[in-house]
Design a protein around this ligand. Structure first.
Ligand code: GDP
Ligand code: MG
Length: 442
């Protein structure tokens, strides 16, 4: 899947301390192929890769402590932008009632089902009164289908009068909505198997008399590149206000969602996630991007890490380490940085590689208070002891333990950790800050 492909590329990126421009370009070539294989439209994939590459080969990214992580974050941010920004685009019902919502799309895309899902949502979540009308006169059972669904979601439908044309049904629906004092009128228009002139002409005629406030294009995400072409065709003919992607519960390759915004210029407002009438969800670009990248909270961890661990700090620490000058004061600084990042438990929960480390920590009796206790231990040392931990003989250890409310074995563990850090810190230039922390507890 797209997610698997990208995870592979990013694991390799993240696993490296130093990154050159060529590494980024190589990775982006792989990302481009993965996007195309997931049915992302070619021009969309191309501009995506260009945007990411331009930001990622920047000096500050490649020189940072965690260049691979930074590149992954840039990809994530661009994915969100490509999907329409951080937040879900809401249904806009802010107009004079009856607010008309017109549903358009090809036959079989899920239009009728989605109309009923939306009507249910308007009744339940917005607390508004809706009326639904089917303008599909091509298929005999279409109007009956909407009526049955209306009964299931407890939203009324326009009574069926056979032989009426779509524009006349739309007029009657508007009239009826006014008489009933309905807040919202949903028009389920006819679809065809292919985009054709007759379909477009009918759609425009209905739009011109009903003046829809929302025109929502319903597309089947499983149809991949076809869905993108359909969206392109519709958006050229009518002013869409949004897109609804159905069958997101199926194993769509994701490309349709990724291209939709770029191709229509309109947000994906909802995702259909099943046949049941409550299976309609607000479309959250940031969540979808995270799911595609399969990396959960790693991005926010990187953001936090970037705030607290400055590259200069890390470099200076590594210098001191190499010269054998990394003392308890430095260790304390490191511990406090780790606390700023949310502590060991949070690190372990977020970073895939830290799972093992967490288990090891728990086995050795470490818990989330360990950072605080270690800080207290260092605080109970004299300035001389901090600068030169080798001074800590048995007698001094007992004093420090009493002063910090800990046991001598805790002091020993801290000293052991300080030594271990010596080894790990030597690699910090090669491995980067987060990796360094991982090595500490791994
Ligand atoms: P229309 O021709 O565009 O009106 O499509 P329909 O609303 O009649 O839907 C066609 C089929 O797709 C029906 O069997 C629906 O239950 C199914 N369907 C619609 N939306 C979804 C969805 O989000 N997920 C799944 N799994 N099935 C859906
Ligand atoms: Mg239908």
């Amino acid at each position: 899947s797209l997610s698997d492909r990208l995870t592979g590329v990013f694991d390799r990126l993240r696993g490296r301390g130093a990154l050159g421009e060529q590494d980024v370009r190589d990775a982006m070539r792989e990302v481009r192929i993965a996007l195309l294989e997931a049915d992302v439209a070619l021009p969309v994939a191309r501009s995506f890769i260009d945007a990411v590459t331009e930001k990622a080969v920047g000096h500050s990214v490649l020189k940072s402590v965690t260049p691979g992580q930074q590149v992954v974050k840039i990809v994530n941010d661009e994915l969100i932008a490509m999907l329409g920004g951080e937040d879900a685009a809401p249904l806009d019902l802010d107009a004079k009632p009856p607010v008309v919502i017109m549903m358009v799309g090809l036959q079989g895309s899920g239009k009728t089902t989605t109309t009923a899902k939306l009507a249910r949502m308007i009744r339940e979540k917005h607390g508004k009164k809706a009326l639904m009308a089917s303008l599909d006169v091509n298929r005999p059972a279409a109007q009956e289908q909407l009526k049955v669904l209306g009964e299931q979601v407890d939203v009324s439908t326009l009574p069926i009068i056979t032989g009426q044309q779509p524009v006349d049904i739309a007029k009657r629906a508007m009239e009826s909505a006014r008489l009933q004092a309905a807040d919202v009128l949903l028009l389920d228009t006819a679809g065809r198997l292919h985009v054709d002139e007759a379909l477009m002409a009918e759609m425009k005629a209905v739009a011109s008399i009903s003046k829809p406030h929302e025109v929502l294009l319903v597309v089947d995400s499983l149809t991949g590149q076809d869905a993108v072409n359909v969206a392109q065709n519709f958006s050229e003919e009518i002013d869409l206000t949004g897109v609804i992607l159905t069958r997101m519960d199926g194993d769509a390759r994701g490309g349709a969602a990724l291209s939709m915004r770029a191709v229509t210029g309109k947000p994906i407002k909802f995702a259909g996630t099943g046949e049941k009438l409550d299976a309609l969800e607000a479309f959250h670009p940031s969540r979808v991007a995270n799911r595609i990248l399969g990396m959960g909270d790693v991005v926010s961890l990187v953001e936090r890490a970037a705030q607290v661990v400055e590259k200069e700090d890390a470099d200076r620490m590594a210098e001191r380490m190499m010269k054998g000058q990394f003392d308890m004061n430095d260790l304390r600084t490191q511990l406090r940085q780790m606390q700023n990042m949310g502590g060991l438990g949070m690190l372990a929960g977020m970073l895939p590689g830290m799972k093992k480390a967490k288990a090891a920590m728990q086995q050795s009796g470490m818990d989330d208070n360990v950072l605080v206790r270690m800080d207290a231990i260092i605080g109970s040392m004299t300035a001389k002891e901090r600068a030169n931990p080798a001074l800590l003989n048995a007698k001094r250890k007992r004093r420090v333990a009493a002063g910090s409310g800990t046991q001598v074995q805790d002091i020993n563990r801290l000293l052991k950790m300080h030594q271990e850090m010596g080894k790990a810190m030597k690699q910090i230039k090669k491995m980067g800050g987060l990796k360094g922390l991982g090595a500490l507890f791994g």
